[in-house]
Write a protein that binds this ligand. Structure first.
Ligand SMILES: Nc1ncnc2c1ncn2[C@@H]1O[C@H](COP(=O)(O)OP(=O)(O)O)[C@@H](O)[C@H]1O
Ligand SMILES: [Mg+2]
Length: 529
């Protein structure tokens, strides 16, 4: 047992080993921030992350810290804020999605991600009869090999009048035959970015079980896939708020199953030889963390106030060496406030240290802030949101067609880019951001100027995208997106289109979807070279 000599030893452990790492602290003590800092340290040394974000903590991983946070980073720690290369996913269920930022991709679940027995775990969403029917439809059509269309047909043929909810679920877009979340796609995606975030917070509370179900299925499929890999792979996986995800309420609700799934993931990940998996988790209470996970956690960052709670201390002592010299120190310090954590390890090395805020943007807890500070915070959380209505209308149309007995050819879902952006719209968004305009306040620019800017920069074919013949039909379809991005469309004296937009708001919104725009325009590879 020893007190570690300096911080860099701690950082090196986080960056270079594959040790499972946890953060523990009561609400408001900074455990989500510290976990993010630890993840950033690991990302800097080359770990790629899949993050299961059940709390919305990771919405701004792609943005550099701003405002107060940036000031603290620079002045107190001499660190420069930065954002990370991040892709965002949430589950595709238009009936229950709200406020999804446009930078998110809506991703379905495939039947071959689903394990035998999973379908029973759909929670309270379906009736018992419907659950049974779904299992039957799945198994009769080849289980993991089942095609969505065949499963729907089966359900319609048997019981369409008694299986309304099930039919709505099957035709909603939540399931498909291919998905970016399918582990073979997911791993490839994850290894190309710093962070791949899978978020469940945009599902209405009435359908939150579906979020747990999707998460459970995704974790399980990933686990099974990693077991089969024949080449060495290095992957980090983070689970936010174990209390949220693993609470054991009810007897065996979806949360309970998710807890078992995470446990099993951690056990398998620690054993497999080819895949080096580094796990990160956070929790408010030791009791929220399954034993297997505590058992497999080599490094724990715990807030002093947690150690001072008798019940927490007792429980932790079973898993970590906690020297009495450390406890005397903790007692004399009391509550040092947020951001101050004690590293505990299995072998008894420990250190108490203050952490800087993450380099990427966090939203501060609003309570305790002044009005001016709140205003500053709000400026940055005003993300452009997706218009779900067209997706919902499509889902309802599909439902009606099937319910009527007409067959409908299901369009294969577009893997990855679900932010529906036509090429002309992408060209417009790009030009609004990069054309030479007065870069502040309200900006107004004629279509013709945007077109000649694209001509100069990329040549004729890009300029054509902004010609009236291509642009106007595309605009009709993109009005909700443009509105979300604060772009107004008017006509000038000559009858041609003019675009008006507030520069600051627009650029902030644009930065959220920059990757998608540049990908659509085929600029990504060019820029990387
Ligand atoms: N390292 C830090 N330095 C300064 N303030 C911090 C730090 N970490 C957290 N905070 C403050 O504490 C608040 C709560 O942090 P958070 O990580 O959300 O807590 P928890 O996840 O434990 O509930 C943050 O909104 C921020 O204002
Ligand atoms: Mg938190």
């Amino acid at each position: 047992m020893r007190e570690v000599e300096n911080k860099s030893e701690v950082y090196i452990r986080i960056a270079q080993t594959s040790e499972c790492t946890g953060a523990l602290g009561i609400r408001g003590k900074g455990k989500s921030w510290v976990l993010t800092v630890l993840m950033e340290i690991a990302a800097l040394s080359g770990w790629n992350f899949i993050v299961f974000d059940t709390k919305g903590d990771d919405l701004f991983l792609d943005q550099p810290a701003t405002g107060w946070q940036a000031k603290v980073l620079e002045k107190k720690y001499g660190l420069k804020p930065r954002g990370w290369d991040t892709v965002f996913y949430t589950f595709n269920f238009p009936y229950g999605l709200n406020g999804v930022p446009v930078k998110f991709n809506l991703a379905p679940i495939t039947f071959n991600m689903i394990g035998f027995g999973h379908l029973k775990k759909l929670g309270n969403l379906l009736t018992t009869t419907e659950k049974r029917l779904l299992v039957e439809a799945y198994l009769s059509n080849g289980g993991p090999y089942a095609r969505l269309e065949d499963v729907i047909k089966y359900v319609v043929d048997r019981k369409k009048d008694k299986a309304g909810l099930l039919l709505a679920l099957l035709t909603s877009g939540f399931f498909a035959d291919d998905s970016p979340l399918h582990p073979s796609n997911l791993l490839q995606i994850a290894l190309k970015h710093h962070f791949t975030v899978i978020n469940t917070t945009f599902l209405d509370s009435s359908v939150e079980d579906l979020g747990y179900f999707g998460t459970l299925v995704t974790i399980n499929a990933l686990k099974n896939y990693l077991k089969t890999l024949s080449e060495p792979t290095r992957l980090a996986v983070a689970f936010r708020e174990m209390g949220e995800t693993t609470k054991r309420y009810g007897s065996e609700g979806p949360l309970w199953h998710l807890a078992r799934e995470i446990e099993s993931f951690i056990r398998i990940a620690r054993q497999s030889t080819l895949v080096v998996t580094k796990l990160f988790w956070e929790a408010q209470d030791v009791k929220d963390v399954p034993h297997t996970i505590l058992h497999n956690t080599e490094v724990l960052f715990v807030h002093p106030t947690t150690l001072l709670q008798e019940s927490q201390y007792k429980e932790l002592k079973a898993y970590f060496e906690i020297p009495s010299s450390l406890m005397r120190k903790v007692e004399s310090i009391g509550d040092p406030g947020p951001g101050f954590f004690i590293m505990l390890t299995k072998s008894g090395d420990w250190l108490m240290l203050p952490f800087p805020p993450p380099l990427s943007k966090r939203v501060r807890e609003i309570s305790g802030l002044s009005e001016k500070e709140i205003e500053e915070e709000m400026k940055h959380i005003d993300l452009p949101r997706m218009d779900i209505k067209p997706l919902l209308e499509e889902a309802i149309t599909r439902y009606k067609m099937w319910a009527k007995g007409d067959e409908l050819i299901l369009e294969p879902t577009d893997v990855a880019v679900e932010l529906r952006l036509s090429k002309p719209t992408a060209a417009l968004l790009y030009a609004l951001r990069h054309a030479p305009v007065r870069r502040q306040g309200m900006v107004a620019i004629p279509r013709r100027d945007l077109s000649s800017f694209m001509m100069k920069k990329f040549g004729e074919s890009m300029a054509m995208l902004l010609g009236p013949a291509k642009l106007i039909p595309a605009l009709r379809k993109s009005l909700p997106l443009l509105r979300a991005m604060h772009v107004n469309i008017g006509r000038g004296r000559d009858g041609d289109l003019v675009f008006g937009y507030p520069w600051e708001e627009y650029t902030r919104a644009y930065d959220q979807i920059e990757d998608v725009v540049e990908f659509k325009l085929g600029l990504v590879e060019v820029m990387e070279r």
